[in-house]
Design a protein around this ligand. Structure first.
Ligand code: GLN
Length: 535
């Protein structure tokens, strides 16, 4: 039977609870324990699939086609856990399920209420994941900050679970902030005391405090926090800022967090080392031998979370090549003029990520033209691949009006058009072509060189697709269709014949990249960018 770790957050949002949860997963795996991680999101959307990236950040896609919170990306990058649809529990999903049951008559005769019906549904959903995955430890991260009205049913559910499970089967970790007030030269513990007090009011007593801080916590401060927050001194864990997120597991290990968790959960487990993580990931991040400049041309570049997995996958590609990747975030709307040298001169590689809607499209077309003509290594992802084919159509094949029907329904040359299966879709939520699909690679291609196998499986999230009517014409003009989904005859990857490295894919390789195992396309893209330096 799985044991449970419940993670809550206090004082402010953006404390890195997701990274803390993922790092704990990593530490426990390094002790030989199988883990899975669940994110509970208190919003009413059923999933984040319909939310604007500025509202929510990236939508992370799982193999089984769930559109989920970006913390699930951290879980998969840090641990061996494979997450799916049910690893992300939202208030929307819980209410949806309870209301369906009520309509079916499952609660016949009863008044349906938040307690017990909503809380029971939350508990059932959490337990189901633990049971299905058959793991030693299930880590449950509760989104939001303690004190929010929205997260109350989740907190009540984990309070009940803790009581039902009994001593030694569950523990609560509270991630909190110790702000440093510069003018007073002091680290403040009061917000943490208040936040823990808030938790106690609803019956949750944290076992461990993970204190986010810029400064070291002194012995006296530790004792004070322990006394006022009702935790042991050894359970006040310092989580100070580190340079790279992948250093967090090592920093927490230094604080003996894994020993403490195992002790509290009565688990005896052998020490295994984190050597690969330390040597391959952290050492190379700290002391890269080379540097490379990659332009990411997108429209949500002011928000770091909007392209989270892309940025991480670039870092992984850097680790694999022993290089620091400097990411130049370029707003595609700034590339609508004629001369792009001002923004793009000196870049070693260019990446265009996924996206929706017409804003900034022309700038992206110009960016592709720049990379194609100047022979700059190029990786296009989803919308980036669609733009690459639109650019090819316009500037190589002479189809001046070529476009995607997403941006111009009446275009004379719809080189990108709605997938057949999408034509009758009316609802927006969870209706795209989602999740993992297979793709057959052409042997003589950059893609095959990267993957070193003919059959691959990659995750998707799109409604539009390359229009096969144009395939022959484009092939003659020098575009290679190097990846095809053979079941539906869909174009998955295109490459340019006369270019050192120009690969654009309809799927999202970034979702399967890991720090110690960079995704093949990112590894080879960075390699090509390094080879392009000085040319
Ligand atoms: N908007 C495009 C489509 O729906 C691309 C989607 C994406 O980049 N994720 O097909």
């Amino acid at each position: 039977m799985s044991k449970f770790i419940f993670i809550t957050g206090g004082v402010v949002s953006s404390l890195g609870k997701g990274i803390a949860a993922a790092s704990i997963g990593k530490l426990l795996e390094a002790r030989g324990l199988a883990t899975t991680l669940i994110k509970c999101d208190p919003y009413l959307n059923v999933d984040p699939g319909t939310m604007n990236p500025y509202q929510h950040g990236e939508v992370y896609v799982t193999d089984d086609g769930a559109e989920t919170d970006l913390d699930l990306g951290h879980y998969e990058r840090f641990t061996n856990a494979r997450v799916s649809h049910d690893n992300n529990i939202t208030t929307g999903k819980i209410y949806y399920s309870v209301i369906m049951k009520e309509r079916r008559g499952d609660y016949l005769g009863k008044t349906v209420q938040i307690i017990p019906h909503i809380t029971d549904e939350i508990k059932r959903s959490i337990r189901k994941v633990a049971k299905d995955r058959d793991v030693d430890i299930t880590i449950v991260e509760i989104g939001g900050t303690v004190g929010d009205i929205e997260s109350l049913p989740f907190l009540e559910a984990i309070r009940q679970m803790r009581w039902e499970l009994g001593v030694g089967y569950a523990l609560n970790i509270h991630v909190t902030l110790l702000p440093y007030i510069k003018s007073a030269g002091e680290q403040k513990t009061k917000p943490t005391q208040h936040s823990v007090g808030r938790l106690r009011e609803i019956g949750i007593i944290p076992d461990i405090l993970l204190c986010r801080t810029e400064k070291h916590i002194s012995k006296e401060e530790r004792e004070k926090i322990a006394l006022f927050c009702n935790v042991d001194k050894e359970a006040v864990i310092e989580a100070s800022d580190v340079k790279h997120i992948y250093e967090v597991p090592l920093a927490l290990k230094k604080e003996s967090l894994d020993d403490l968790i195992l002790k509290r959960l009565n688990i005896k487990s052998e020490e295994k080392d984190l050597k690969e993580w330390e040597d391959v990931v952290v050492k190379r991040l700290r002391n890269p031998q080379k540097e490379v400049n990659i332009a990411v041309v997108g429209k949500y570049i002011t928000l770091p979370d909007a392209y989270k997995s892309i940025y991480e996958a670039l870092v992984h590609g850097g680790i694999a090549n022993n290089a620091r990747v400097n990411i130049l975030k370029i707003d595609s709307e700034d590339l609508e003029g004629k001369n792009l040298d001002k923004q793009l001169k000196g870049i070693d590689g260019m990446l265009i990520p996924g996206g929706f809607g017409a804003r900034g499209i022309m700038g992206k077309v110009n960016a592709v033209k720049y990379a194609r003509e100047k022979k700059i290594p190029f990786l296009g992802i989803c919308l980036g691949m669609q733009i690459a084919t639109i650019e090819f159509a316009k500037n190589v094949c002479g189809l001046k009006d070529a476009n995607s029907t997403e941006f111009d329904k009446e275009t004379k040359d719809p080189v990108i058009s709605l997938l057949e299966e999408q034509k009758h879709v009316k609802d927006m939520g969870a209706t795209m072509r989602l999740g993992a699909f297979s793709c057959q690679l052409q042997k003589d291609s950059h893609s095959f060189q990267a993957y070193k196998k003919e059959n691959i499986s990659e995750r998707h999230r799109h409604r539009y697709e390359f229009n096969n009517v144009y395939r022959e014409m484009f092939e003659k003009a020098g575009l290679i269709f190097s990846g095809i989904n053979t079941q539906k005859d869909l174009v998955e990857i295109v490459e340019l014949k006369s270019h050192p490295w120009f690969v654009a894919c309809q799927f999202h390789p970034e979702f399967q990249s890991k720090p110690e195992r960079a995704h093949p396309l990112f590894r080879h893209f960075i390699k090509a960018a390094l080879a392009n330096q000085g040319k």
